[in-house]
Design a protein around this ligand. Structure first.
Ligand SMILES: [Zn+2]
Length: 108
């Protein structure tokens, strides 16, 4: 019986630490015990926050989305000045330019 170790199913990924094939949903690699990063979740969150910042940055929507309610209210209070809108544009561009790891370290 031939075993094909290099083939993985659609619901499997390679462990980023030891390279073992593991389930996509696995939080911790059963082989080496290293926690897996949920890259797709970070990616979606980062892109969503970035787009919100660019489109609705004036109202601090991206701050509320990321859980910074206090900052969100601050943006909302000063939206008339136009400054939150500019800050949102810059923040949004930076979020989209960052890697998922950088985003996770800063906002995760
Ligand atoms: Zn592993």
């Amino acid at each position: 019986m031939a075993e094909v170790n290099s083939e993985k199913n659609v619901d499997e990924i390679f462990c980023h630490s030891c390279g073992q094939i593991i389930k996509k949903e696995a939080e911790i690699c059963p082989k080496c015990g290293v926690r897996q990063r949920s890259v797709s979740i970070s990616f979606n969150k980062r892109v969503t926050a970035g787009i919100l910042a660019i489109l609705l940055g004036s109202f601090g929507v991206h701050k509320f989305y990321l859980g910074y309610t206090g900052l969100g209210i601050l943006y909302l209070c000063f939206f008339w000045s136009g400054i939150p809108g500019i800050a949102g544009l810059i923040e949004g561009a930076l979020m989209l330019a960052r890697t998922d790891e950088e985003f996770e370290a800063r906002y995760g």
